[in-house]
Design a binder for this molecule. Structure first.
Ligand code: IFM
Length: 460
């Protein structure tokens, strides 16, 4: 199975993606405030290798080198995120000019190289001051986000046209407030659904303000969606799939695209009364504000079966009894099953709710246990194959008539993989953290060959 550039439309966008806390470093420079990830990374045991994002890929100081690298790969676009505490240190008040200047320099340099910037406003690094007031459990955080979004778009909208409000609100609510695996590391159980609502409200409140700030803005939100299938036709396994599909996919897709929360999921969560009182018609009208595209992060499939309820922390509160089955299919270093056809499944979910809404795969990629060979190169055939298989799935989706407009590889550089620290490598470019030397892996060279970049397939 192989894919050529010609198998995708000429205007199909192919890019790479990163996020601020994972690559930038410079966490205490130029007036940046503290984020919840700075605080969480200091909690003993929170990060697998005890590391932090203090230096990460030092991208803050190496952005021009990194843009050169992208230009040599031949990418059309770069999706990066804006660090809220770099732009607005305390989450309120005026913007920090030095923070804004960094992103302006980045965006201008991209445009100068013919690379289209796609900016995400929230990729998990909430200002700590807002966490001290309750974080996403506090409804006021939605208003704070909307104000930050308006000012940031006003400040950069002349250079950046494509905007993503939130990245993966499932992670910043259920994984972070119930699973406790991500900052702020809380375990409030099914009340995590309230954090999810405030995140979606933040998105909905921001959209009209962003459009007012930059009338040409192209605005979307990115959800992480999973293909979910039951392990058998046993009704209990089928119900397990309903629950996980509900919590991971429908709980976010339905309010954003249909203006309603799925009633069965509110029941699973035991949150029907709270939502009736606090997430009424006005909120849902805001959450379902028309968007120009939906970003979809797709990595894997869940195969579910009914199991025995566990008492430990779970990112699936209210559905702790569901077990994920190992189908025996190949898995990445994250333990995530490789299932390229699922990429088409999740795009069909979007199409069923909002026919014709343009979509982008805003993240797809894989961690593998890379090693630099004696020849100084990383021969990551497993990652190259993963990327190719998912680009084949993109071509299948387009052929099926699904309005998929682009694909972003996660990720450009090996980087700080959240609770895994630097122990998981997703990059198509290897980073030696001791020297910050960047070395394109074979997958990166393959991408350059695919895109006609100057890096090409030759070694040099
Ligand atoms: O590294 C993350 C990214 O920040 C969000 N999506 C999933 C990636 C891999 O875990």
């Amino acid at each position: 199975m192989s894919v050529r550039r010609e198998d995708l439309p000429a205007d199909f966008v192919i890019g790479t993606a990163t996020a601020a806390y994972q690559v930038e470093g410079a966490t205490r420079e130029d007036g940046r405030g503290e984020s919840i990830w700075d605080a969480f990374a200091r909690v003993p045991g929170a990060i697998a290798d005890g590391s932090t994002g203090d230096v990460a890929d030092d991208h803050y100081h190496r952005l021009h080198e990194d843009i050169e690298l992208m230009a040599s790969l031949g990418v059309d676009a770069y999706r990066f995120s804006i660090s809220w505490p770099r732009i607005q240190p305390d989450g309120t008040g005026p913007l920090n000019p030095a923070g804004l200047a960094f992103y302006r320099e980045l965006a201008l340099a991209l445009v100068a190289k013919g690379i289209t910037p796609y900016a995400t406003l929230y990729h998990w690094d909430l200002p700590q001051t807002l966490q001290d007031r309750g974080g996403w459990l506090n409804r006021d955080t939605a208003d704070r986000f909307a104000a930050y979004a308006r000012m940031t778009v006003a400040g950069l909208g002349d250079v950046v046209q494509h905007w993503i409000t939130l990245n993966e609100p499932w992670c910043s609510s259920f994984l972070s407030y119930a699973g406790g695996e991500h900052a702020p590391g809380l375990q409030v159980g099914t009340d995590a659904a309230r954090a999810a609502h405030h995140l979606l409200l933040a998105h909905g409140k921001a959209v009209p303000l962003m459009r007012a700030a930059a009338p040409d803005a192209v605005v979307g939100i990115t959800l992480n969606l999973y293909s979910v299938v039951p392990a058998s036709e046993d009704p209990a396994d089928v119900d397990a799939a309903r629950r996980i599909d509900g919590l991971s996919n429908r709980f976010f897709l339905d309010p954003v695209l249909r203006g309603e929360y799925p009633a069965d999921v509110l029941d699973d969560l035991g949150q029907r009364d709270w939502f009736a009182e606090h997430a009424g018609a006005e909120d849902l009208a805001a959450v379902s504000a028309p968007i120009d595209f939906l970003g979809v992060n797709y990595y894997s499939r869940h195969t579910t079966r009914a199991g025995v309820a566990t008492s430990g922390r779970s990112p699936h509160p209210g559905s702790e009894s569901v077990e994920m089955v190992d189908t025996g299919a190949p898995r990445t270093h994250m333990g995530w099953e490789v299932h390229p056809d699922g990429l088409v499944d999740v795009l069909r979910m979007v199409e069923a709710r909002s026919p014709g809404l343009p979509t982008y795969i805003t993240e797809n990629g894989a961690a593998y246990e890379d090693a630099v060979g004696p020849d100084g190169v990383v021969h990551d055939e497993d990652r190259r194959a993963y990327l190719e298989q998912h680009l084949v799935a993109c071509a299948d989706a387009v052929r099926e008539g699904l309005p998929l407009r682009g694909y972003f590889i996660w990720t450009l550089l090996d980087n700080f993989e959240w609770a895994w620290g630097y122990s998981r490598r997703f990059g198509i470019v290897h980073v030696d953290y001791a020297t910050q030397r960047r070395t394109p892996k074979d997958s990166g060279r393959w991408l350059a060959g695919f895109l006609g970049g100057t890096l090409g397939a030759d070694r040099g």
